[in-house]
Design a protein around this ligand. Structure first.
Ligand code: NAD
Length: 296
C-alpha cells in the first residue's frame, strides 16, 4: 500500500520504519529536516510538502505532538484534507483531546473522507519493536480496514467506541500511568533512603502486590534496568511535556463529566512542577529526581 506518514519523531520514526519493513511504500513529511533524513535512511521517501506526502496514498497516518498540530495539518490554511483521495483511510495516532478528534473526523466525513483516532500505548520501545497497542475510535468497518496497517506497527488493536473514544481510553490510561510512575518513584526513594538496594527492592515489589508497569518495564531508578531512559540520563522516551499535555487532557475530560480524579490532579501538579524545574524535555520517569534529597 501507499502510505503518507506525518510526524517522524520519537514514535513516528520507528512506526514509519516498521511500515517500510512490512513492504509498504511510505512517504513521510515532518517539519524537522534531520528527522526526514533519518526516515529516508530507514527506507521511506521524503516529501517536500504535506500535500506531496498524501498524493495517491491509500492510507494516511499522523503522529503529531498536539491537537493544534493535528487540526493545522488537516484543516489549516494549507490543510492536506482536500489533497487526500476520497478512497483513502486517515488514521490519526497522536494523543489529543477527544473533542478535536471528533471534530476533525466529522469535517473529514463531511468532505467524504474516512478518519479514525488510533492513539497508542507502549512508548518508544514498543514503537521500535512493533508491539504498540492501538486504542481506536471510529466506525467498526474503518477500524477493521486499518487493522492490517496497524498490525505492522503494533501487537494489539482495540476499538474503544466511536470517533474520540480512542482518545478518551488513552487519556484514562495515561493518567493511571502518571500515578503509578510517581508512586513507584516515591517508594524506591524511600527504600533507598533507608539503605535498601533499588534493584533488590524492585525485584521484591515486582514479585509482590506493588508490581506495576512502571516498575516492571520502565524502572525510573538509574541502572536498575539497562535499556530504559533512566539508565540514559532520562533521554529519549516519553517527554515530561507530553505527559503534562496528557494530564491536562485528563483534567479537561474529568471536568466535563464532573469525575473525581484526586490522584490525577496531584499527578498533574507534580509533573507541572517537575517540568518547570528543567525536566520538560526529559523522559517522564525522571520524576524520580523530584524525590531526591539533594538536587544537582
Ligand atoms: P515528537 O515531538 O518526538 O514527534 C512529533 C513530530 O511531529 C516532530 O518531529 C514534529 O516536527 C512533527 N510535526 C509537528 N507538526 C507537524 C506537521 N504539521 N507536519 C509534519 N510533522 C509535524 O513526539 P513523540 O514522542 O513522537 O509523540 C507523538 C505523539 O505520540 C504525541 O501525541 C504523544 O503524546 C504520543 N505518544 C508518545 C509516546 C512516547 O513515548 N513518546 C507514547 C505514546 C503516545
Amino acid at each position: 500500500m501507499k502510505i503518507g506518514f506525518f510526524g517522524v519523531g520519537h514514535m513516528g520514526g520507528p512506526m514509519a520504519a516498521n511500515l517500510v519493513k512490512a513492504g509498504h511504500e511510505v512517504t513521510v513529511f515532518d517539519l524537522v529536516p534531520e528527522l526526514l533524513q533519518a526516515a529516508v535512511n530507514d527506507g521511506a521517501s521524503a516529501a517536500s510538502s504535506a500535500a506531496e506526502a498524501v498524493r495517491d496514498a491509500d492510507v494516511v497516518v499522523s503522529m503529531l505532538p498536539s491537537a493544534a498540530a493535528v487540526r493545522g495539518l488537516y484543516l489549516g490554511g494549507d490543510g492536506v484534507l482536500p489533497h487526500i483521495d476520497t478512497r483513502a483511510l486517515i488514521i490519526d495516532c497522536s494523543t489529543i483531546d477527544a473533542d478535536t478528534a471528533r471534530d476533525v473526523a466529522s469535517i473529514a466525513h463531511q468532505q467524504d473522507r474516512l478518519m479514525i483516532d488510533a492513539p497508542v500505548s507502549g512508548g518508544v520501545g514498543g514503537a521500535k519493536a512493533g508491539t504498540l497497542t492501538f486504542i481506536c475510535g471510529g466506525p467498526e468497518a474503518a477500524i477493521e480496514r486499518a487493522r492490517p496497517v496497524l498490525e505492522c506497527m503494533g501487537a494489539q488493536v482495540f476499538r474503544a467506541g466511536d470517533n474520540g473514544a480512542g482518545q478518551l481510553a488513552k487519556i484514562c490510561n495515561n493518567m493511571l500511568l502518571a500515578i503509578h510512575m510517581i508512586g513507584t518513584a516515591e517508594a524506591l526513594q524511600m527504600g533507598v533512603d533507608h539503605g535498601l538496594d533499588p534493584a533488590v527492592l524492585s525485584e521484591i515489589m515486582k514479585a509482590s502486590s506493588g508490581d506495576n508497569w512502571s516498575l516492571d518495564k520502565y524502572n525510573p531508578w538509574p541502572g536498575v534496568m539497562e535499556t530504559v531512559p533512566a539508565s540514559n540520563e532520562y533521554e529519549g522516551g516519553f517527554a515530561v511535556k507530553l505527559m503534562n499535555k496528557d494530564l491536562g487532557l485528563a483534567m479537561q475530560a474529568a471536568l466535563s463529566t464532573q469525575s473525581a480524579t484526586p490522584m490525577g490532579n496531584l499527578a498533574k501538579s507534580l509533573y507541572a512542577a517537575h517540568g518547570n524545574h528543567g525536566y520538560s524535555d526529559k523522559d517522564f520517569s525522571s520524576i524520580q529526581r523530584f524525590f531526591r534529597h539533594k538536587r544537582d
